[in-house]
Design a protein around this ligand. Sequence first.
Ligand code: GUN
Length: 298
Amino acid sequence: MSNSNNIIDGKQLSITIKEEIAGEVKAIKADGGKIPHLAAVLVGDDPASRVYVRNKVSSCEEVGFESTLIRKDDSITEDELLEIIHELNEDDDIDGFIVQLPLPKHINEEKVTLAIDPKKDVDGFHPMNFGRMAQGMPSYLPATPFGIVQMLDRYNIEVEGKYCVVLGRSNIVGTPISILLSRKASPGNATVVLCHSRTKDIKKHCLEADIIVAAIGKANFLTADMVKEGAVVIDVGINRVEDESRKKGYRLAGDVDYDNVAPKCKLITPVPGGVGPMTVTSLLMNTLKSCKGEVYDN
Ligand code: GUN
């Protein structure tokens, strides 16, 4: 087993960041300034989405933000949802909002994402924010990559000049984190290799890596024989694996074979308690930035 000195404690770090945000909100209140206000739209009753959204709303309360939850039945039409988005875009009291994904099949997620005003897109999913991020302009960073960047920064992990391997090229994790790590910024300036399902010899790349970000969505994909001694491993996976010993019949496992990989690592994120808790703090940070007009100067 690993010694616990090499754990990147996302749960604790997210608590620290939330305390910092709460402190800022207190100061804003004392000054009579505008309180940050996040809205979340939840369509249908997907159990995982309900948990995520509940967590986002309760985190707003924790830090003193205002929050609005808009719940709609699965039967909502695309036009009705677009109308809600339009109203949120126009509502001056709302600093930012999210539409929780996935949406029911009859609703086009791309259309919904494009309908959100980029200035209120605190999820950072709109191509305008993605493009701004890629060009190093101020933007709302998507939650998971922003959380990873925060972790690297707060744990003083050297990124510049390092060989980083990203596993997975999704729009919301793999591709944006590969851009952020290679940007001329801090953290950044890394040499990044983005590996995916068509990559030849993933193991060869991983064995060279100083930093590995695993976001491939396969339980225990990254095994100890793929990791060099002293690497930093960031595990983005949240996979359900059968476990009869648990009441629910499953447990959550990352993309990393943690028990065997951790002893080789300089630092590693656990699952749960690693990247996951950081995603909500990213959303709060983006909402605060929006309220303060730090990303778009309106
Ligand atoms: N579904 C899974 N992750 C996310 C997220 O970060 N934002 C939204 N809106 N939906 C999601």
